[in-house]
Design a protein around this ligand. Structure first.
Ligand code: ADP
Length: 609
């Protein structure tokens, strides 16, 4: 096996470089070189045996030997020039020369005549009619020449009849015509093969799809010329194992299975794969990216006898379905968003009707009692109590409606952010003043601390106030009597961090993840005595998102909660979240940094309530 391979390599190295790209031509050259070398080398190897049997050679022996090794010269000439026609012409001359020498020297003339008959076939390989005819004419002339020379006593051939070479003329003519037919048959076959190739090339050129021929292991042997247009890669990159290596790692098993299934049966096998391609115009702009392709593979058995193609070859058609996939993904995303929006709308309606009905029931119920002469309490204190309930329920209703309006504006992208420069400490003071009464009523100490010098920030002042009020009222609401709520301000590079920490009831770890979702309220068992709509944190999240900020919530049950809002110093410089939702990071409570005793000396600390 390895000997045959090394012979093949040696022969290939003798082929003229100009012929290498043309496969059919290269094959012809290789065949010529192999056969001529084989016959000449055999003669050279038999020479010692000849000497051993017949002793010292006579002149014609030596001449025949020379004619027999002339093809080696023809091979060298072919290897140097690439001219197969002339190399074959040399061999035909050596054929006729050897035959004439044998006959003229008085050797076995029957053998000489056989060589003359065979000479026209030597021209078949070159597929040249003129060479075949010339070989026939040369053989015929040699036969004639031998006859005439023999009859005139110039040479002594030993022909029994003296006309033997003449009688061989019909055989030479027949051999010439047979060789001529062989050449025309070969030319016709090559022409039809070329036509078929042209036909396939035209089909390949018309299609936008990529055509690949491969073996059952997926090794690509042919790639249609539109490879560069198809995936931005030259066909050479996908040849051999290149195709497999350009397929997404996760899709490689599916690719191999599709190819081996196609090779094993008569059916077309389809698979969807990702192919690494180069996209963009120009070398610099080209970036590798994966394109979705649909592969349809089928066993390749077209003209397998003619082309010697083994039956386990597979032809695959790759179609770019990236746009289709993108549309499919966009459709899926749109469907998921629509479903989510629908679910959110259902939840919203259920929550809103619940939130509206509860205070409305109170308003209607107590106002009915007050309006009815029989039911209305006589004591003024009781009447005041009922009126207070109605007023409180009305305020709650207003808060719910306001939060809903804010939320819907943020969600629909209609919240109009009006950035302006302002100082944050006075706004904190104002917000603290607004919730002071609640803190005092609830027995909660309200502390605020910020550095003495702090730059103005640029943001929507109304939104900042809303954020502060929502966080402060939550902290006060969920902190029992005797507890403390601390508002802290801290610069952080291009940002400012506002944190509202309390020593209240805290939030259970499994509730932390849902904070910021509309209408979410942490476990009823520990916070239900508290009023609320479940919209305060969602509004904070939306407003912080519109400013391009983030939220961190640290909490632990019965230890307290710290909500830190990180906002840019100038919200105009940062891209705001279009949907108006900020990222919320939730953590278990780590340290009690809200304790005023731990504040640094640069902090101005004020106890408000
Ligand atoms: P609510 O109107 O119910 O306060 P929010 O959206 O402001 O609605 O808050 C959602 C839920 O998060 C609250 O119901 C509460 O369970 C929990 N929560 C928010 N802030 C705190 C806090 N400082 N301490 C404990 N729980 C809190």
């Amino acid at each position: 096996m390895s000997f045959a391979f090394s012979i093949e390599k040696q022969i290939a190295s003798l082929v003229h470089p100009s012929v290498l790209p043309r496969q059919a031509e290269r094959l012809r050259h290789e065949t010529f070189i192999l056969r001529r070398l084989a016959s000449s080398v055999t003669v050279m190897c038999l020479a010692p045996l000849f000497l051993a049997i017949y002793g010292a050679p006579v002149v014609w022996h030596a001449l025949v030997f020379v004619w027999c090794i002339v093809p080696i010269g023809a091979v060298l000439f072919l290897s140097r020039s690439g001219d197969l026609l002339l190399a074959q012409a040399i061999c035909i001359v050596s054929f006729v020369g050897a035959a004439t020498t044998i006959a003229a020297g008085g050797g076995p003339w029957e053998a000489a005549l056989v060589w003359l008959v065979l000479a026209p076939f030597e021209g078949v390989l070159s597929q040249n009619f003129r060479l075949v005819l010339s070989a026939g004419v040369l053989s015929a002339l040699a036969a004639l020449g031998l006859t005439i020379a023999d009859r005139n006593g110039i040479i002594h051939t030993g022909f029994a009849t003296g006309h033997a070479p003449l009688l061989v003329l019909p055989a030479i003519i027949y051999a010439t015509l047979a060789a001529h037919g062989l050449v025309s048959f070969q030319i016709g076959r090559e022409k039809s093969a070329r036509l078929r190739t042209d036909h396939y090339r035209a089909v390949y050129d018309t299609l936008d799809d990529l055509i690949i021929h491969q073996d059952r292991n997926g090794v690509a042997e042919f790639i249609s010329p539109n490879c560069l247009a198809f995936c931005g890669l030259p066909a050479a990159d996908l040849m051999g194992r290149g195709l497999f290596e350009h397929i997404h790692v996760a899709d490689r098993p599916a690719f191999l299975k599709a190819i081996s299934d196609a090779a094993a049966g008569p059916h077309t096998i389809a698979a969807t794969l990702r192919l690494r391609a180069l996209t963009g115009q120009g070398k610099a702009a080209q970036e590798p990216s994966f394109r979705w392709v649909e592969l349809r593979a089928r066993r390749f058995a077209i003209d397998s006898e003619e082309t010697n193609a083994r039956p386990d070859r597979v032809v695959s058609i790759l179609r770019d379905i990236t746009q289709f996939k993108q549309r499919e993904q966009a459709y899926e995303t749109a469907r998921a968003t629509a479903e989510e929006a629908n679910a959110w709308k259902d939840k919203f309606l259920a929550n809103v009707s619940h939130e509206l009905r509860t205070p409305l029931n109170a308003i209607i119920g107590f106002s009915e009692i007050l309006a009815d002469q029989d039911l209305s309490p006589q004591e003024t204190a009781k009447q005041r109590e009922y009126a207070a309930i109605i007023q409180k329920s009305g305020q709650h209703l207003l808060a719910v409606v306001n939060s809903i309006l804010d939320m819907s504006k943020i969600q629909s992208g209609a919240f109009d952010l009006r950035p302006e420069p302002f100082a944050l400490p006075p706004l904190i003071d104002l917000s603290c003043d607004m919730v002071k009464l609640k803190a005092t009523e609830g027995g909660v100490e309200l502390v605020r601390a910020y550095p003495e010098k702090i730059d103005d920030i640029v943001g929507d002042k109304r939104a900042y106030k809303q954020i502060l009020l929502n966080l402060l009222s939550n902290a006060i609401k969920f902190t029992p009597r005797g507890g403390r709520v601390t508002v802290k301000l801290r610069p952080d590079g291009n940002h400012i961090v506002v944190s509202v920490a309390d020593t209240g009831i805290g939030i259970a770890p499994n509730d932390l993840v849902n904070l910021g979702c509309p209408f979410f309220q942490a476990g009823a068992s520990y916070d239900r005595p508290y009023e609320g709509t479940g919209l305060g944190l969602s509004v904070v999240r939306g407003l912080v998102g519109l400013h391009g900020g983030t939220i961190a919530i640290e909490s632990e049950l019965n230890q307290g909660t710290c909500v830190s809002v990180r906002l840019p110093l100038d919200c105009r410089r940062l891209p705001a979240s279009k949907t108006g939702t900020a990222k919320i990071e939730t953590l278990p409570r780590r340290s009690r940094s809200d304790d005023p005793r731990l504040f640094s000396n640069e902090m101005m600390v004020k106890k408000i309530a």
